[in-house]
Design a protein around this ligand. Structure first.
Ligand code: 5AD
Ligand code: SF4
Length: 469
């Protein structure tokens, strides 16, 4: 989840345009913010380039949720330093959560960074660039008060394909003990429902077929806007938008995942059959120390409810191992929950203290080697279950939305025909398949596909029928 997402290469550069190269780490919210950065700069005549050597501005959109985020961005930028030496006019910037967290301190510490801006300051980018035109350096990290926050409208023309993210809220009010998000992204602010609907309509009109709604805790959507619809009502309203084929959302908090939300699966045909519901631990005592607001039994009851509503749903989750004070018995409770829940897939992380959070006041007392051992044991259990869950796809017919050339063959040799294409099932699994029509015609179309082979995390199949063009 923390690998940089590829930048879209815009071939439409002409020499008069200035070029920006954006490197994105972290969650979908950062991917979304990077599109907004390209959009704001596009309005000023900038174009995006996939080649940092061509760029006048290199931006690293950073993530501070785990690991050693500062080292990661400094490593990335220092590798690009020769570009600055070759072209002294090139500016380096850091944005995203690390920028928000460290602000001016990044400029003080790292001489080759020219600009730093937080997630609430994307709209200020033209002013920041004007201020740093002549070699001056600038940091802007003010977080807007919820009442002042204004979302940037999504522009379908900067979306890279038939799928798009759409932010419906920013920030988070939950303050889980380990999590830095409420500090770097601020308090929860929901976007007005009418605006969300207008944006979905404009994405669909621009050719987008699948929309993923984004927020740190989408289930709490609307709670900060009295009179606005809540999340299940928002889903119903979006489901009525003509032309939208698939709707997804991330991320959900189990304590806010109410029955109406869970029952939407199965009830709203547009809602694709996958749900990411982070549990973090299977131990009630760890969950209490994490301040998650539910027990393991309540979590499992949420899973049972959504499976009753939609039996084939693909369920994924997040775990943190080695939270302060985690005992062997508490970790065993996590393993038991994994056996019971039978997730389709899982992301799991070693706990790392984040400055300023509640948990960081407690000693990080689980030794690194034990965290690594627990992570490996947890992943081994899930790997076995994933293989069992994946087996059900063999021989099945799936609806696949074709996104483009397959990753394996995309870069294969200049001028060579790319024969493999890639798409996703409604359960959000990647399918690679031979291209029986030119990929540019296939892109953005739905196909009925027979699954011929099940791999560890992806499928292979053959097109049985195309939807009418
Ligand atoms: N240490 C380890 N993992 C973390 N996550 C969030 N904060 C931390 C932390 N301090 C994980 C959680 C969350 C996912 C996005 O990142 O599992 O769901
Ligand atoms: Fe962090 Fe908890 Fe908010 Fe998720 S719900 S962003 S884990 S504070």
């Amino acid at each position: 989840m923390t690998e940089p997402a590829p930048s879209r290469i815009d071939d439409a550069c002409d020499s008069a345009n200035r070029r920006v190269h954006v490197i994105t780490y972290g969650c979908q919210m950062n991917v979304y913010d990077s599109r907004r950065i390209v959009q704001v700069l596009g309005a000023q005549g900038w174009v995006e380039t996939g080649d940092p050597a061509m760029a006048d501005l290199v931006l690293v959109n950073s993530c501070s949720v785990r690991d050693r985020p500062e080292q990661k961005i400094l490593g990335t930028l220092s590798r690009l330093l020769p570009l600055k030496e070759a072209h002294p006019g090139v500016r380096f910037g850091v944005c995203g959560c690390v920028a928000q967290q460290h602000g001016q301190a990044l400029l003080d510490k790292v001489p080759y960074i020219d600009l730093v801006f937080g997630p609430d300051r994307i709209a200020d980018l033209p002013a920041i660039l004007a201020a740093t035109e002549d070699g001056r350096r600038e940091s802007r990290t003010t977080l807007d008060a919820p009442s002042d926050y204004s979302f940037l409208d999504v522009d379908p023309s900067v979306e890279p394909g038939p799928t798009a993210f759409l932010t419906i809220m920013k920030g988070c009010d939950r303050f889980c003990a380990y999590c830095i998000v409420p500090y770097v992204r601020g308090r929860q602010v929901s976007k007005a429902a009418d605006r969300v609907l207008a944006e979905v309509q404009s994405l669909v009109a621009g050719g987008v077929r699948e929309v993923t709604l984004l927020g740190q805790n989408v289930n709490a959507y609307g709670k900060d806007r009295p009179g606005e619809p809540d999340f299940p009502s928002l889903l119903s309203r979006i489901a009525a938008v003509p032309g939208l084929d698939r709707l997804r959302f991330v991320t959900s908090h189990p304590a806010d995942a109410d029955d109406r939300m869970l029952d939407s699966f199965g009830a709203l045909p547009v809602l694709a059959e996958s749900l990411h519901l982070p549990v973090q631990s299977g131990s009630d005592t760890v969950l209490a120390r994490m301040r998650r607001g539910y027990t393991a039994a309540q979590y499992l009851e949420r899973l049972a409810r959504v499976r009753r509503a939609c039996p084939d749903i693909a369920l994924s989750t997040d775990f943190i191992v080695g939270f302060p004070g985690e005992t062997d018995a508490e970790f065993d409770a996590t393993l038991r929950l994994v056996e019971t829940a039978r997730f389709d897939s899982m992301f799991s992380f070693k706990y790392s203290p984040r400055p300023g959070t509640l948990a960081a006041r407690t000693i990080d007392d689980v030794p690194e080697a034990l965290k690594a051992q627990r992570l490996a044991r947890l992943q081994a259990v899930q790997d076995r279950i994933t293989i069992q869950r994946m087996a059900r796809y063999l021989g099945r017919e799936e609806e696949v939305l074709i996104e483009g050339p397959s990753r394996d063959t995309r870069s294969g040799g200049r001028g060579k025909a790319i024969l493999e294409m890639q798409g996703r099932t409604r359960t959000n699994l990647t399918v690679n398949l031979p291209a029986d029509i030119p990929i540019r015609e296939a892109r953005g179309r739905l196909a009925r596909v027979r699954i011929d082979e099940v791999l560890v995390h992806s499928l292979r199949g053959t097109v049985l029928a195309w939807e009418a063009a």
